[in-house]
Write a protein that binds this ligand. Structure first.
Ligand code: SIN
Length: 481
C-alpha cells in the first residue's frame, strides 16, 4: 500500500518549500500505469540562481562547522533515510518503474554513501612535505570547494544524489541538486529528510524543472558554483563540459558505457549466467554499468546462450510494485523506441532471436536474447539501455580484448574465467574504469566508481570520492630559524 507522507509538491530552496516564480508546474507520472503522481514546480533560470545564491550565502558558516558536526548531520540524514526505507522505495518504484526489491536495494545502497562520507568527513587529512631548504616548512591542507551543483539521472533517483551530495556536504560544500523531470519526487523526499536532519538553510537545495538545458546552463555558467557533478549521457556531459569552460569549473562526469561481459571456455558457465542476469537485467537494463555486449568463447558459446536464454525466459515482467516482478517498464517511449530499433537492426543484420524481441503493452519490452551478434550492428556501439542481451562469438583471448575495447566508452567490464593468470592479463588489458572478475555486481560505497575514455572524468564513492569536492592548498612557512 502506497503511503504519501514523503510526496512533496514544492521545491526546496534556502530552507523553504517553494513554488516556481512563474507559478508553472509539471506532472510526474507512473511509467508502469501512466497515472499522475503529483504536479510540482517547473523552475527556470531565475529560480535556480536564487538557489545558488542561498547555497553560496550558507557556505562560510557551514564549512566552519567542525568535521564532527558535519558528520553528525550526515549520520542523522542516514538514519532518517533508513527509517523511511519502505516509503522511499515505494515512491521510487511508482515514479521510475524500478521493481520494488531493487528500489529497497537502492535505498540501502544510497544510504551507504551517506554513512561512508559521514565517516570520511573526519579523515580529510593533509600532508607535511619535507622542504627543499631548512628555513621552510611545507604543509598541504584540504578545504571545501564551495557550492556544488549535482545533476542526477532518473535510473537511480536516490543513490546518484547521495553519491554526489554526501561527499560534498561532508567536505563543507553546500549543494544545489537538479534531479531529472522523470524522478524529482524521490529527490524532494531526500531534501525533506535532509531538512529534518538539521542541515542549516541554504546548505541543501533541490530545484525541479523540465527546462533542463536552461537550468543546466545557469549551473554551468554561474561563477558561484565551483563544482559540477553530473551523471547521464556522454552527449549531455560534453555540452555541460563546454558550458563549464566559461568559468573553468571543476567537473566530475559519470557518463555512458558499453560494457562487455566475456565468458571464457574455462569459466563456470552457471556462475557466468547468474552474473549475466544481475549485470544485464538490473533496473530492466537501464544502468550505465549494465552489460551491453556478451562475448562467449567458441567451446561454451552454445551452452552459455542456451542457459542464458532459459534464465531470461524465467524473468517476470510487470508493475514493479508486485512483489514477484523482476523487470519493470522502460522509463519513456523514447527509451522503448531505442530498444526496438536496436533489436530490429540486429535481426536485420543476421542476429538470431532466442528469447523475447517484442514490445508488450505500455512501456514494457520482453527480456530478450540475441545470438550471433556481430560488430556491424548498432547494439555493438550504442548503449541499448533496455532488457536486451546480444551474444557475440570469439575464439582467442587476444581477439576478445580487441573486440571489448572497440568502443569509445570505458565504464564497466566483466569477465568469467578460472585461470588466475588470465584474470590479471585481461583485467589489465580492458580499457575501463571498473572490472568485475567472476562477478556481475560491482557497485558499492567503498569502491571508486567511474570511467575512462568517453565514459567520464573523476571517481565517486570510496576514499577517493571526497577529493573531488575539496581543493588542495599548499602553505609555505618561510624564515624558520
Ligand atoms: C548508473 O547507472 O549511473 C549507476 C549505476 C550504479 O551505481 O551501479
Amino acid at each position: 500500500m502506497q503511503k504519501n507522507n514523503l510526496i512533496k509538491k514544492e521545491a526546496y530552496v534556502n530552507g523553504k518549500w517553494v513554488s516556481a516564480r512563474s507559478g508553472k508546474t509539471f506532472e510526474v507520472n507512473n511509467p508502469a500505469t501512466g497515472a499522475l503522481i503529483a504536479s510540482i514546480p517547473d523552475m527556470n533560470r531565475e529560480d535556480v540562481r536564487a538557489a545558488i545564491d542561498a547555497a553560496n550565502e550558507s557556505w562560510h558558516s557551514y564549512r566552519d562547522l567542525t568535521a564532527n558536526e558535519r558528520a553528525g548531520l550526515l549520520k542523522k540524514w542516514y538514519a532518517l533515510i533508513l527509517e523511511n526505507k519502505e516509503e522511499l522505495a515505494n515512491l521510487m518504484t511508482i515514479e521510475s518503474g524500478k521493481v520494488l526489491q531493487e528500489s529497497i536495494g537502492e535505498v540501502e545502497y544510497g544510504a551507504s554513501f551517506v554513512e561512508w562520507f559521514a565517516e570520511e568527513a573526519k579523515r580529510t587529512y593533509g600532508d607535511v612535505i619535507p622542504a627543499p631548504t631548512n628555513d621552510k616548512r611545507i604543509v598541504v591542507i584540504k578545504q571545501s570547494i564551495g557550492v556544488v551543483a549535482a545533476l542526477t539521472p532518473w535510473n537511480f533517483p536516490l543513490a546518484m544524489i547521495t553519491r554526489k551530495v554526501a561527499p560534498a556536504l561532508a567536505a563543507g560544500s553546500p549543494v544545489v541538486v537538479k534531479p531529472p523531470s522523470e524522478t524529482p519526487l524521490t529527490a524532494l523526499a531526500l531534501a525533506h529528510l535532509a531538512e529534518k536532519a538539521g542541515f542549516p538553510p541554504g546548505v541543501y537545495n533541490t530545484v525541479t524543472t523540465t527546462e533542463s538545458s536552461e537550468v543546466g546552463k545557469e549551473l554551468c555558467e554561474n561563477r558561484k558554483v565551483r563544482k559540477l557533478s553530473f551523471t547521464g549521457s556522454t552527449q549531455v556531459g560534453k555540452i555541460l563540459m563546454s558550458q563549464c569552460s566559461s568559468t573553468l569549473k571543476k567537473l566530475s562526469l559519470e557518463l555512458g558505457g558499453n560494457a562487455p561481459f566475456i565468458v571464457f571456455d574455462d569459466a563456470d558457465v552457471d556462475a557466468a549466467v547468474k552474473g549475466a542476469i544481475a549485470a544485464k537485467f538490473r533496473n530492466s537494463g537501464q544502468t550505465c554499468v549494465c552489460v551491453n555486449r556478451f562475448f562467449a568463447q567458441d567451446k561454451i558459446y552454445e551452452e552459455f546462450v542456451a542457459k542464458l536464454t532459459s534464465a531470461v525466459a524465467g524473468l517476470k515482467v510487470g508493475n514493479g510494485l508486485d512483489s514477484d516482478v523482476q523487470i519493470g517498464p522502460l522509463i519513456s517511449a523514447k527509451g522503448l523506441n531505442k530498444v526496438k530499433q536496436h533489436v530490429e537492426d540486429a535481426v536485420a543484420k543476421g542476429a538470431v532471436l532466442r528469447e523475447g524481441g517484442k514490445e508488450m503493452s505500455g512501456l514494457f519490452y520482453q527480456p530478450t536474447v540475441l545470438a550471433d551478434a556481430t560488430a556491424d550492428m548498432i547494439i555493438a556501439q550504442e548503449e541499448v539501455f533496455g532488457p536486451v542481451a546480444p551474444v557475440f562469438r570469439f575464439s582467442t583471448e587476444e581477439e576478445v580484448i580487441k573486440m571489448a575495447n572497440d568502443t569509445e566508452y570505458g565504464l564497466a567490464a566483466y569477465f568469467y574465467t578460472k585461470d588466475v593468470s588470465r584474470c590479471w592479463r585481461v583485467a589489465e588489458a580492458l580499457e575501463s574504469g571498473m572490472v568485475g572478475i567472476n562477478e556481475g555486481l560491482i557497485s558499492n560505497a567503498v569502491a571508486p566508481f567511474g570511467g575512462v575514455k568517453q565514459s567520464g572524468i573523476g571517481r565517486e564513492g570510496s576514499k577517493y570520492g571526497m577529493d573531488y569536492f575539496m581543493e588542495i592548498k599548499y602553505l609555505c612557512f618561510g624564515g624558520i630559524k
